[in-house]
Design a protein around this ligand. Structure first.
Ligand code: TYD
Length: 237
């Protein structure tokens, strides 16, 4: 597979063209950022670890019938994925109050949320990703009402599958962020699912097993990422 022109460069991933118009290469770089890019570092092997975790979770979701862009994991830190027209939304699903939810609203960190709470932000760094609601999403013509229902439905199904999976590993899935795109008119899951985009707590000790270790300098980030990745990818060849 030929790595073509750089199509897009984000804070931690780069996307390259391939010889096939419908397929792109996603590179998971070692960069890590937090606080709107205010904190930045490069952590050796992080890209590779997150690529493996994302591939593993996409496979799990696809086995359960969730449409995703994932095609295959290539050596090291590259993933072959379907080229999507990305929808500029960050769809956050929360099972336990944490992070911005507890900062912005009067709800203590650790409060269980049942049913889960979906929050959708407009993905626009220059506007600091403002929160949207259904009426705004439709008024801005980001999605039709039917597409919004579909996105919510997929997000909740992904939540059930991942919650159950992490629970079996002794981990609480606190919250996570998804991004969607369209290919041939079909909405599917894009981007990544990794410790950068989920909040995971050790069920027994409450220890953070995700990017909060980096955000709040709680310890050796890569040691934690490697430990979680090993659990997630256990059982795969
Ligand atoms: P949230 O609590 O809203 O933000 P913060 O990380 O600033 O406390 O995040 C909820 C979850 O979504 C968390 O697991 C991190 C993930 N997320 C991203 O991956 N990218 C983002 O841009 C945002 C806002 C959240």
């Amino acid at each position: 597979m030929q790595k073509g022109d750089l199509l897009y460069e984000g804070k931690a991933k780069s996307v390259y063209r391939t010889e096939n118009e419908g397929v792109v290469l996603m590179e998971f770089r070692d960069d890590i950022t937090a606080f709107d890019g205010g904190k930045k570092d490069s952590l050796e092997t992080k890209g590779c670890v997150n690529a493996r975790v994302s591939a593993s979770l996409f496979r799990l979701l696809m086995e359960h019938g969730i449409p995703t862009h994932f095609i295959e994991l290539l050596q090291d830190r590259f993933m072959r994925v379907r080229a999507l027209n990305m929808i500029p939304l960050e769809v956050i699903v929360r099972n336990v109050a944490a992070g911005s939810m507890s900062r912005n609203y009067p709800i203590a960190e650790g409060t269980p949320l049942n049913p889960p709470v979906i929050v959708i932000d407009y993905k626009d760094d220059s506007r600091h990703d403002p929160m949207l609601n259904d009426d705004l999403i439709i008024a801005l013509k980001i999605l039709t009402p039917e597409e919004l229902t579909r996105v919510r439905d997929i997000a909740l199904r992904v939540n059930s599958i991942l919650m159950q999976f992490f629970s079996s590993l002794g981990i609480t899935l606190v919250d996570f962020k998804l991004e969607f795109g369209k290919a041939d008119g079909e909405i599917m899951l894009g981007d990544e699912i990794s410790m950068d985009s989920m909040r995971l707590w050790d069920k027994r000790t409450g220890e953070s097993l995700d990017k909060d270790v980096y955000r709040f300098s709680k310890g050796d980030v890569m040691e934690v990422y490697r430990r979680v990745a090993e659990k997630i990818c256990a059982g795969e060849g």
